[in-house]
Design a binder for this molecule. Structure first.
Ligand code: GDP
Ligand code: MG
Length: 301
């Protein structure tokens, strides 16, 4: 019996008081908007820091982190509640195996999500990677094909390992801009988001540093090289995504067993072909038959 255990969110008390205050404010705002549950889905390739990010948000070691890709094959949902508010974070195994997207892993994730509503998707990758490739695009495409393109309206790109010194004399900002633009381009391609669709609703990119060696400010809060307190910043971006007017994604039977949710229009294709057959091909055939009939006896008969 896999009964869902919702524990008190005690990890929040591990944060320094300044961070706690900010988090309580953000959650209080959500409650004002009548949002009392938040379900966050964390996805990405293996080893990019998905599980570490889950632990950082919760403030405790809730899921296993491994330096060498030996994650369990199943998703794990961590649920914590605080003052009538429930936070669910779903950690998933990496989607890539042997250079390809592992469809079986994806299928297990989809089934795990049955009857759950995804409020926010965290698409995790590393800041300190220098190129994107077709595999990244395939991972994004796999997510898009599973949950529909709308999931990106509730999507954040999260970049871990954010405490870095950029190479080649680039400034931190320049490096961040280049890396996030390269990744966003891949996300747009993989999700088939057109340029005109993204105006005013672009996908936010958020930086994260999960390492215990993350720098801190005078209030003992973890900060990025540019001074941003990243935990409240991440949670704020998550709550903003919930309040942006889009809808969460309900993972129902139709979504996981039906056709690719982005291809619904294509279901009409057989109908259109049938229509053409009966009303165009049949007509022409009839005309030809009539012609033949009118010819009467063959000339050589
Ligand atoms: P997952 O496979 O995506 O769940 O990745 P994990 O969370 O298991 O992390 C893989 C490895 O990267 C572990 O050794 C983590 O300690 C390390 N790691 C994760 N996030 C960060 C980060 O932000 N900074 C640094 N320095 N290491 C990280
Ligand atoms: Mg993991």
């Amino acid at each position: 019996m896999a009964s869902q255990l919702i524990r008190e969110w005690t990890g929040i008390q591990q944060f320094p008081p300044a961070t706690q205050t900010k988090l309580h404010e953000l959650l209080g705002k959500l409650k004002q908007e009548n949002v009392s549950t938040l379900t966050i889905l964390v996805m990405g390739k293996g080893g990019v820091g998905k599980s570490s990010t889950v632990n950082s948000i919760i403030g405790e070691r809730a899921v296993a982190v491994s330096a060498f890709q030996s994650e369990g094959p199943r998703p794990v949902m961590v649920s914590r509640s605080r003052a009538g508010f429930t936070l669910n974070i779903i950690d998933t195994p990496g989607l890539v195996e042997g250079g390809y997207v592992n469809d079986q892993a994806l299928d297990i994730i989809k089934r795990f999500l049955l009857n759950k509503t995804i409020d926010v998707l965290l698409y995790v990758d590393r800041l300190d990677a220098y190129r994107v490739d077709t595999l990244d695009r395939q991972v994004v495409k796999a997510i898009t094909d599973s949950f529909g393109r709308e999931i990106w309206r509730r999507g954040l790109v999260v970049l871990t390992h954010a405490q870095l010194s950029p190479p080649d004399g680039l400034s931190y900002e320049e490096f961040f801009t280049r890396r996030s633009e390269a990744l966003l381009k891949i996300v747009r391609l993989g999700a088939r988001i057109r340029k005109q669709d993204i105006q005013g609703s672009s996908i936010p990119v958020v930086l994260v540093e999960n390492s215990g060696r993350c720098n801190k400010n005078e209030s003992d809060e973890k900060i990025l090289p540019d001074g941003t307190t990243w935990i409240p910043n991440l949670v704020k971006t998550i709550t903003d995504a919930v309040s942006n007017g889009s809808k969460g994604i309900l993972v129902d039977k139709k979504l996981i067993e039906g056709p690719n949710p982005n291809d619904r229009g294509k279901l009409l294709i057989p109908l259109i072909l049938a229509f053409q057959y009966f009303f165009v091909v049949k007509r022409i055939q009839k005309c030809i038959m009539d012609d033949i009939a009118k010819e009467g006896k063959p000339l050589w008969g």
